[in-house]
Design a protein around this ligand. Structure first.
Ligand code: OGA
Ligand code: MN
Length: 288
């Protein structure tokens, strides 16, 4: 069956039809998928019955797998590179991570020096309602910035706080941050160049405790508030209503995502694979 790429019609994303991820993919098919991923930033494969080991093998075609250290007991059986994202408890013990609450806009693990390129979720069990995941196209945000904001971000570096997670909880071992400029984490260019497409995107990470290196606290807050308000416009986003069997993969270098909360009495179980990225590069516009 030929592969068909069907764009969502929204700000980003495409559905891929004609692929069974449980089976190995030949190089030509993989190249079609890889190109579609660069073009659409996010790919959806419906009705996939894919064991964790096969999901990991597919993710590994995009680069070296990243096992997300620290959560060693939350992995799918026998698959140290597949993490469980779930609210389900078994004998009082959480099966996975991230619970049932809202997750605020973020891009995965931008607070480390080498953030992941790909995140891939396989929906095993999903609630009837709630738990939708929203995505933002950060190329489009950058491209649409008004001239004064484009000028204000040029050449800037952002400190990405590592102390809080996207549910606003302090990470294990982290201490409370009182001034954003003192936050631990990693520093990356605010406008990054995608290593494959060469396109610039706004790299915001998370809002909490973000700091634009070198600016006074108040000035950094003002600029970040304006950037986040601009980015939060609906025209840059698209959301996904999950069905079990969905595999969704996104490019962390040029997208952000957030998740709606869902009823704690319902079950949501996702298998998650992640691929190591590269040190984010600054976008240097060609000299005019
Ligand atoms: C993630 C994440 C969102 C979701 O896995 O990185 O943010 O919908 N998950 O569970
Ligand atoms: Mn995430």
């Amino acid at each position: 069956m030929a592969i068909e790429i069907r764009p969502t019609g929204g700000a980003l994303g495409a559905e891929v039809l004609g692929v069974d991820l449980a089976r190995p993919m030949d190089d030509a098919a993989f190249e079609t998928v890889r190109r579609a991923w660069f073009d659409h930033l996010l790919l959806l494969f419906r009705d996939q019955d894919v064991p964790a080991a096969r999901q990991a093998a597919f993710a590994a075609r995009f680069g070296e797998l990243d096992g997300v250290p620290g959560w060693r007991d939350k992995h799918a059986a026998g698959e140290e590179n597949v993490l469980i994202i779930s609210n389900v408890k078994q004998d009082g013990e959480a099966l996975g991570v991230l619970g049932d609450g809202e997750l605020e806009w973020h891009t995965d693990m931008s607070y480390i020096p080498v953030p992941p390129s790909v995140s891939m979720l396989h929906a095993r069990e999903v609630p009837e309602t709630g738990g939708d995941t929203h995505f933002m196209n950060m190329y489009a945000v950058y491209d649409a910035l008004p001239a004064d904001l484009a000028e204000a971000v040029r050449g800037r570096v952002l400190n990405h706080d590592s102390s809080y997670d996207s549910s606003n909880n302090l990470r294990p071992g982290a201490v409370e941050v009182t001034r954003a400029c003192d936050a631990p984490g990693a520093r990356h260019p605010l406008v990054r160049r995608h290593p494959e497409t060469g396109r610039p995107s706004l790299y915001l990470g998370r809002r909490k405790n973000a700091w634009i290196v070198g600016l006074e606290d108040a000035e950094s807050e003002r600029l970040l508030d304006r950037l986040w308000a601009f980015a939060a416009q609906p025209e840059f986003a698209w959301f996904h209503r999950w069905r079990s069997g969905d595999v969704l993969m996104w490019d962390n270098r040029c997208t952000m995502h957030r998740r709606d909360s869902f009823d704690p009495a319902t079950r949501r179980v996702m298998h998650r694979a992640q691929v190591k990225g590269e040190v984010p590069l600054a976008f240097e516009p060609e000299a005019a």
